[in-house]
Design a protein around this ligand. Structure first.
Ligand code: PFF
Ligand code: NA
Length: 449
């Protein structure tokens, strides 16, 4: 039996977890949910959910992983008994499904990134004007229609999965840890740079205002849909319910202060999501787009290319933006493939590179239909994100909160010391409020599917 791998450094673990958390959820989704959900009023609800739900829940995944030093299937089996391996299996399936379409979307970002090197986005759109006029849609929408399916999408989905598989095949230290040490600081620096640039754009103020001015009325009128949306976003953005944090914590080896690590990771994820809004909204308003994005997979591509086509230096800002998102998506994809790979290594005794290649290959094939028709994106996303992920998170909450609370508190206290009443408070947060939120979100997800 070979020795199970571990992180080389504490920073390596934190960066890997931050790399997983920061992804399309922050950059592709967050600014829009916020803009549509009443600006900073939504932001407040979201922050509340991240703190009250995301923080206790990430700790639950951490203790399960560190205690068992196993992948989600092995971990749940060890803690809950044999039948829990099926629940663990749900985590693996969730990872499979989410990664299959996530890779296609990430491929679009690479495609748009490369477009920035060929010249201005304006020239690119001009070439699509006549087709656009005929169809009665913006040129950027015609472009998105062209690039989002077919050969382009297929090629970049292939490329993205190949890189993801390559990194995971190299292992925890030589692959993932090295990669995130470069990628995560790069994402941060690029976003700060872009936010500063965006600050100098004309009409930046109007963008900030749209983003940050609280409209409590929107929340009051739509709370029944907004609250679950904020809860779902809190889980998705922290990579919860996919087994990622279980798996990453299983490589910790020694006992550290998990609450500190959890807070650091949540701080970075939230900060980066917030920062992205400071880039996206000024860019829109500088380009005269005052009602950015109705939602939907293509919204950010359509409105961002239109904006980059209009503002000065747009193709540089554009390639930086699309490139940054692609890097963020890669560090997230790596974490999901690691979940599935760890399962095959731990439970089936397969060598790492074979496990990564085999599982990555199947995930890749599952994503191919999405490159033919985006209907598959909605189907897979609604199922994985709306149902599977919430179900997995709910089961974990039941296990940690109701079945093994003593073990969980003991494990959390390692590396911290006696938590006293705080440990009990943590368990009760998991037992009741989080459980209720997950049940409601799951109900709405199933109903809406
Ligand atoms: N936390 C990630 C995000 O916000 O984008 C969620 C995620 C999605 C992680 C897909 C990994 C992944 F492959
Ligand atoms: Na995120």
């Amino acid at each position: 039996m070979v020795q199970r791998e571990t992180w080389a450094t504490r920073t390596g673990f934190i960066l890997a977890a931050v790399g997983s958390a920061v992804g399309l959820g922050n950059i592709w989704r967050f600014p829009f949910v916020t803009g549509e959900g009443g600006g900073s009023a939504f932001l407040l609800v979201y922050l509340l959910f991240v703190a009250l739900i995301g923080f206790p829940a990430i700790l639950a995944e951490f203790v399960v992983g560190r205690k068992t030093e196993r992948n989600p299937v092995g971990a749940l089996m060890e803690l809950g008994g044999n039948t829990w391996k099926y629940v663990g299996g749900v985590f693996i399936v969730t990872g499979f499904v989410i990664l299959s379409y996530y890779s296609v979307v990430a491929g679009w970002f690479i495609r748009y990134f490369l477009e920035g090197f060929r010249g201005s986005y304006g020239t690119l759109l001009a070439g699509h004007e006549s087709a656009a006029a005929e169809a009665g849609v913006p040129a950027a929408a015609v472009l998105f229609g062209e690039l989002s399916t077919g050969l382009d999408a297929f090629v970049f989905h292939t490329l993205f999965m190949a890189v993801t598989i390559g990194v995971v095949a190299l292992g925890i230290r030589r692959g993932i840890e090295l990669a995130v040490k470069v990628m995560v600081p790069a994402i941060l620096i690029l976003l700060v740079g872009m936010a500063l640039w965006a600050f100098t754009l004309p009409d930046a103020g109007a963008g900030y205002e749209y983003y940050l001015s609280p409209e409590f009325g929107v929340i009051a009128d739509n709370w029944a849909t907004l609250l679950p949306a904020a809860a779902g976003q809190a889980f998705f953005t922290l990579s919860l319910g996919m087994g990622v944090m279980i798996t990453y914590a299983s490589y910790l080896g020694e006992d550290r202060n998990l609450t500190k690590d959890g807070l650091t990771i949540i701080g970075f994820d939230t900060g980066i999501a917030f920062l992205t809004g400071l880039v996206v909204f000024p860019v829109f308003f500088a380009a005269g787009i005052t009602e950015p994005g109705e939602g939907g997979a293509g919204a950010i591509f359509v409105s961002m290319t239109e904006a980059f086509a209009t503002i000065g230096g747009g193709h540089i800002l554009g390639l930086l933006f699309f490139g940054t998102v692609a890097i963020a998506a890669l560090s997230s994809a790596i974490s999901l493939l690691e979940v599935v790979t760890a399962y095959v290594i731990d439970e089936k005794g397969v060598e790492r590179w074979k496990a990564a290649l085999g599982m990555g290959g199947i995930i890749y094939l599952l994503g191919v239909p999405v490159t033919y028709d985006l209907i598959f994106l909605d189907l897979l996303d609604g199922f994985a994100d709306g149902i599977l992920l919430v179900f997995g998170a709910l089961m974990l909450v039941i296990l940690v909160g109701w079945i093994t609370p003593k073990i969980a508190i003991e494990e959390l206290e390692k590396g911290i010391g006696n938590l006293g009443g705080l440990g009990t408070a943590w368990i009760w947060a998991i037992r009741v409020p989080i459980l209720i939120v997950l049940v409601v979100t799951l109900y709405l997800g199933v109903e809406g599917y």
